[in-house]
Design a protein around this ligand. Structure first.
Ligand code: KG4
Ligand code: ZN
Length: 351
């Protein structure tokens, strides 16, 4: 079986084809048209610009996924190889979701393919089923992105227990906001990672919040603590515009701030994974979402967990359609397809 995946929930227009025809789940193509350069000037994603760019890019990107999966076939033959279409139904920006959604619905009707609307956040974790060997259940999953931070225990692909989640900002959002405070470009995670290795991570002590549920997390206080530290270093108070602060930081201060922040934010995640590992003894630990690209997260997990964790390539950590096709594949084995005329997009969908 071959599944075409379509993802347009935020600022990447992505398509992919996966196949189980070799006996393993294989990624035949994974096309990502990133809009990061369009949004950089605004310091974050502008929803209207994102939607307009998806409209321009989606059809060429669908074509490219088919061409790169089946290079020797013509367009009709390529479509005859596709057995199902999976599309992100939420969560995400409504204008962005609509473009992928409308495209997938139309293609499903025109080519008479079953359609599966899937949860973007769940798919971030289930992308790990593309690893070889596949992780074994029960899986302890850490899903960390620009919109989500949660720790989940999976009995199988669809049966899971939410152990904890952020009570305020997502961890990726904290990376993006701290990058802005210290004058680094969007997206903040990779910008911070690039510099953090040259800073002293022990220079500034940011306290980690304690919450009633030990698996819940909070990042808003950490972000504010970074802001207060930068204000103190620059000798400015709350009244000084925070967008002007970074100009007053010297290079060493900037490096030490991002190193100390990154270390604390990642420790906060790994503390919870380690505790859950001890409590639930899962067969595997998997991470998913844009922050799963963090080398510091991988380093700390490797250092603190008694089992080996396998990691996805970066192209399957940040938003991609390989993960959407993967969840569509599992949906096709357990659920009825969605009706392309009535499938609703859900910007606020929750796992
Ligand atoms: O999953 P994703 O591509 O989009 C959402 O669904 O949110 O995640 C994007 C987030 C951004 O906040 C970005 O700063 C963060 O992932 N990110 C990282 C790294 N690479 C991306 N955070 C920390 N370290 C990284 N290396
Ligand atoms: Zn995502």
């Amino acid at each position: 079986m071959n599944v075409l995946g379509i993802e347009t929930s935020c600022d990447e227009t992505a398509t992919a084809v996966i196949s189980d025809e070799s006996g393993n789940l294989e990624l035949l193509s994974n096309v990502i048209a990133s809009q990061i350069d369009l949004h950089k000037a605004y310091g974050g994603v502008v929803p209207e610009i994102a939607a307009r760019s998806h409209i321009e890019t989606i059809l060429p990107v669908v074509k490219e996924a088919l061409n790169s999966a089946f290079p020797d076939l013509n367009q009709n033959e390529q479509w005859s190889k596709i057995d199902a279409i999976a599309v992100t139904k939420g969560p995400g920006l409504l204008g962005s979701l609509l473009i992928g959604g409308l495209t997938a619905k139309t293609l499903a009707l025109v080519y008479q393919k079953p359609l599966y609307g899937v949860d973007h956040v769940l798919s971030h974790l289930l992308a790990n089923m593309l690893l070889k060997p596949q992780p074994k259940f029960p899986i302890l999953g850490l899903i960390v992105s620009g919109g989500h931070s949660q720790i989940v225990l999976f009995e199988n692909q669809f049966k899971y227990q939410m152990l904890g989640k952020t009570v305020d900002d997502a961890v990726g959002e904290a990376f993006d906001k701290v990058a802005k405070i210290v004058g680094l470009p969007y997206p903040g995670g990779p910008s911070i990672e690039k510099l953090a290795g040259r800073g002293n991570k022990a220079k500034y002590h940011f306290t980690k919040p304690k919450l009633e549920n030990p698996y819940d997390m909070s990042f808003s206080g950490l972000k504010t603590a970074v802001l207060r530290q930068v204000q103190a270093l620059c000798g400015k108070d709350y009244n000084f515009p925070s967008s002007e602060l970074s100009k007053l930081l010297d290079e060493q201060q900037q490096l030490d701030i991002v190193a100390s922040f990154q270390n604390t934010a990642i420790e906060l995640l790994v503390d919870r994974v380690e505790k859950a590992y001890q409590e639930f003894s899962p067969a595997s630990v998997c991470i998913g979402g844009g922050v799963a690209a963090s080398q510091e997260l991988r380093r700390q997990l490797t250092a603190r967990l008694p089992i080996k964790v396998d990691y996805l390539p970066m192209s399957l950590c940040t938003d991609n359609a390989g993960m959407i096709a993967t969840l569509g594949y599992y949906s096709s084995q357990t659920c009825q397809p969605d009706d392309p005329r009535t499938l609703e997009l859900q910007p606020n969908l929750k796992m």
